[in-house]
Write a protein of this length. Structure first.
Length: 488
């Protein structure tokens, strides 16, 4: 367990606001904050104390301002955290905008909480505190935080999938045009596994706050939770809460009937837009969506759906729809060299320096075959300095070859038995596995060495509320194949 919930990285020019406003709110909300003037050891080297504070904290807040960006220690701190995880997949880095400033490339891909003058609403403070894990009140005399709306369950998913997002400008424009110029109907997004369907729709809902959304995600199931994103009851509760304006609705109709009524009834002045991602992740046959979605929607009602490509057939049939029921559709393809260069620019200082090297970008394109999922991991390695212009030609072509290489490296590690057991348990589990369960089941794993052991395989995993599962179905499919045929 981390000693602190959050380490505050800031410029001393902003110290008054940090101590009187930020630190005060964090500690009233029950968060254990680490701050230099109080928690650094007297006489110790500053660099050593910064590294210790980041290591001992679950998250690090960057208080962004012009003075912060000019501070040499602020740059040092942000680079340490980025080196630990260049894409910020586990959201350890939480930027907070205190004063307007132009962000450097190493931070430009991060989504910040705007607490600058005129923007520091109670909603913004609540968003920050929920991100940091607080469930208590936000300030002196403040009301306790309201339980987050069900859609807040997907905040982690949305933020994760909006990191390093590129190459889908035309796809977003096509959906925008559909929403603005059509009278209503279904829009269907298809694509191979890992080609960015969820990332596309996460960016869509982030930029369209009026949209009601639900992500059917197997990897975000949580043991013991009342909310299961893969179950019909949770889907209906979440969407109805958004569509009906929040609060408990008094109605003699079932949730299913109420939802279908909203699909068949024209809204008032504003369009009714619903996004349901990954309809192929419903693990029941027939799908509970079959019969739920009418073949024709009322005018002004828009429903955006996504699913994996199923060879030469469409998943539409599984949910009771046909191609002629669609108003529009798209199939996602791989990223081209221009998209890859943009991805390199967004990932960090090291990778940005290589984005203008045509031969490097062209070779990266050939190795990745334009696969967005594989590219994300390659670019992370480039940003961390693991892959360079000098050794890129040694990187395997295709994701499976890359994973074979990663496993061969793990095989030479000191924690091989624990890594194999952890991956095997997660592979066999019906849902995410808790940290304490892994410690109990894996020989040689304990609370003291857990973080060090898991670090080597963490990039394969999604960590959500201290539960572990594979971060994408393609990883699970790869390890399932290895389990069936262990000889490499």
């Amino acid at each position: 367990m981390a000693k602190f919930d959050v380490f505050i990285s800031y410029s001393h020019a902003d110290q008054a606001w940090v101590e009187n406003e930020l630190l005060r709110r964090l500690e009233i909300a029950g968060l254990r904050a680490c701050i230099d003037h109080r928690d650094f050891a007297a006489g110790a080297p500053i660099a050593t104390e910064i590294e210790r504070a980041i290591r001992e904290s679950r998250k690090t807040i960057l208080v962004l301002s012009p003075d912060y960006l000019k501070s040499q220690w602020a740059e040092y701190e942000s680079l340490i955290v980025q080196t630990a995880g260049p894409s910020n997949r586990n959201r350890r880095l939480v930027p907070v905008l205190h004063k307007p400033c132009k962000l450097p490339s190493r931070l430009s891909f991060l989504i910040y909480v705007d607490l600058s003058d005129g923007k520091a609403s109670e909603e913004s403070w609540s968003r920050l505190l929920v991100t940091l894990g607080s469930k208590r009140e936000t300030g002196v005399g403040a009301r306790p935080l309201e339980p987050p709306a069900l859609r807040c369950y997907f905040d982690h998913l949305i933020e994760d999938h909006c990191q390093l997002f590129t190459g889908r400008t035309e796809n977003l424009r096509q959906i925008d045009t559909f929403l603005q110029q059509s009278t209503g109907g279904y829009f269907f997004v298809e694509g191979p596994s890992g080609y960015g369907k969820t990332a596309l729709l996460a960016n869509l809902v982030q930029t369209h706050p009026q949209v009601a959304y639900h992500f059917i995600s197997q990897v975000y199931k949580v043991q013991g939770s009342d909310f299961d994103p893969t179950e019909l009851d949770s889907l209906l509760s979440n969407l109805l809460e958004q569509l009906e304006g929040g609060g408990t609705q008094v109605s003699f109709q079932s949730p299913r009937a109420r939802f279908q009524h909203l699909l068949r009834t024209a809204p008032g002045e504003k369009a009714r837009v619903i996004v349901i991602d990954a309809v192929d992740e419903v693990d029941r046959h027939p799908s509970y969506l079959y019969g739920l979605l009418p073949t024709t929607l009322a005018p002004g009602v828009f429903v955006v759906l996504s699913a994996r490509t199923l060879g030469d057939r469409s998943y539409l049939k599984e949910i009771g729809l046909r191609p002629n029921n669609l108003a529009d559709s798209m199939e996602l393809v791989g990223l081209d060299e221009r998209d890859i260069a943009d991805l390199l620019r967004k990932a960090g200082v090291r990778s940005a320096s290589l984005s203008a090297a045509p031969e490097f970008v062209e070779l990266l394109s050939r190795i990745s075959q334009g696969d967005p999922f594989y590219l994300r991991f390659l670019v992370e390695d480039i940003a961390a300095g693991v892959i360079t212009a000098a050794n890129l030609h040694n990187v395997p072509s295709g994701l499976n070859g890359y994973l074979d290489l990663q496993l061969s490296i793990l095989d030479r590690g000191a924690h091989l038995p624990q890594h194999r057991d952890i991956l095997g348990i997660i592979l066999d589990a019906l849902g995410p596995v808790g940290r304490e369960d892994l410690i109990h089941m894996v020989d040689g794993l304990d609370r003291l060495n857990f973080d060090n052991v898991i670090r080597d395989i963490e990039r394969f995993l999604l960590v959500f509320n201290s539960n572990y599962t594979f971060c994408h179905p393609r990883f699970k499919e790869y390890f399932q194949a290895k389990a069936r045929n262990p000889v490499r």
